[in-house]
Design a protein around this ligand. Structure first.
Ligand SMILES: *Cc1c(COP(=O)(O)O)cnc(C)c1O
Length: 377
């Protein structure tokens, strides 16, 4: 081969390193020849989806030969009704990552910039770099802040200038679990120039029941540059189906609609999401399991003298007080998959998804074994 096909790619693409997903159970078990493993690595719902969503998927199997409704009419209208916005404001995505990517494709490129925080969701730098735009990374809160390693909106604001087309704000953020209150976030949005889109990523919105936590959708009428993204991958337990959405003013939604693939969301995904949206009981049960599990993990950490970042999501970022990679690898041998977050600039933390009570207990027990072996505590 005389041609280097990596060199041939666009400059932004050449410099990308692929997203590192949580290790699937099947991969681990194949690699280590073990069984009975658990995955607490990708912030999935341990209860799975609503049974009504599963039933809806079964019900659409006879129609698999037909292309989906590309506009996702029924789901889009149901989301709009639930959120009390016009259907023209809603764009469906192949996961909410798709919406983030569509925003990048439509608004970023050479000569533009985008702003996000250190320790923010890994997809932001990927989206930005691929377009050739400049990625500006704001310093995060200090470890002693009440939202340690969380977004510092003042630091983010100073990086925004006339070239900045997008600022990404994750509320709550992954992997830190930190969150922003309504007053602080709204004054930030209000101060951002209209030529910069503020993308508020609310992937964990439904889990948060904290006083002062905002529903950014309510601000859409006031700020035409605001975009809110949400997903069915997390609390709704439909990560495999890839379905999420963005809510924005109709012009931005129109732009996203121009760049999206005509059939970016599948029929099974649309019908499952529609059914999931109507099952409030499953939603509430999922939120309660998470609340209790988060407390179980936090108590477990306190009892072991391990620091953690207070979390508003369905995961806990735990400081193991030493390089976390070997701890992660030893946990794998215990059949427990969690997420190392060194690539997020947190080399001594592990991010653990809240599981069922017995899964959380198993993680804590395995962590004890791993930390005491080799005298790590
Ligand atoms: C998981 C996650 C998403 C959404 O992922 P999709 O499965 O593509 O919907 C978006 N933002 C953050 C911060 C996340 O953690």
């Amino acid at each position: 081969m005389t041609c280097d096909y990596i060199e041939l790619a666009l400059p932004g693409v050449r410099r990308l390193s692929p997203y590192q997903p949580g290790k699937p159970v099947e991969t681990l078990e194949r690699e280590l020849g073990i069984t009975g493993s658990i995955k607490l690595a990708s912030n999935e719902n341990p209860l799975g989806p609503s049974p009504r969503a599963v039933e809806a998927v079964r019900g659409c199997l006879d129609g698999l030969a037909f292309y989906p409704d590309g506009g996702g009419h029924d789901l889009r209208h149901a989301i709009a009704a639930k959120l009390r916005v016009a259907p023209e404001c809603v764009t469906l995505g192949n996961g909410s990552n798709d919406i983030l990517e569509l925003l990048g494709r439509a608004y970023l490129g050479q000569g533009t910039s985008a702003v996000f925080s250190a320790h923010a969701f890994a997809v932001y730098p990927l989206v930005v770099q691929a377009t050739g735009a400049e990625a500006r990374v704001a310093a995060a809160n200090l470890p002693e802040h009440e939202q340690p390693w969380g977004h510092d909106l003042d630091e983010m604001a100073v990086l925004i200038d006339a070239t900045t087309r997008i600022v990404f704000v994750a509320n709550p953020n992954n992997p830190t679990g930190t969150w922003l209150g309504a007053d602080r976030l709204e004054s930030f949005v209000a101060a951002v120039p209209e030529t910069t889109l503020v993308v508020v990523d609310e992937a964990y919105f439904e889990f948060v029941r904290l006083p002062g936590y905002p529903d950014a959708v309510r601000w859409l009428g006031r700020y035409p540059n605001l975009v809110v993204t949400r997903t069915f991958s997390k609390v709704y337990g439909l990560a495999a189906l890839r379905i999420g959405y963005g809510i924005a003013n109709p012009q931005v939604a129109d732009v996203l609609n121009r760049v999206r693939q005509p059939f970016n969301t599948s029929t099974p995904a649309q019908v499952a999401a529609l059914a999931a949206l109507a099952d409030n009981e499953h939603l509430e049960r999922s939120i309660e399991v998470n609340r209790a599990g988060l407390e179980q993990l936090a108590q477990g950490c306190r009892g072991r003298g391990l620091a953690f970042i207070p979390s508003a999501g369905n995961f806990l970022c735990i400081d193991v007080g030493q390089p976390a990679m070997p701890v992660y690898e030893d946990l794998l041998r215990e059949g427990v998959i969690v997420r190392p977050v060194a690539s997020y600039g947190l080399p001594t933390h592990l991010r653990v998804t809240v599981g069922l009570p017995e899964q959380n207990a198993r993680f804590l027990k395995s962590l004890d074994r791993v930390l005491t072996a080799k005298g790590r505590v």
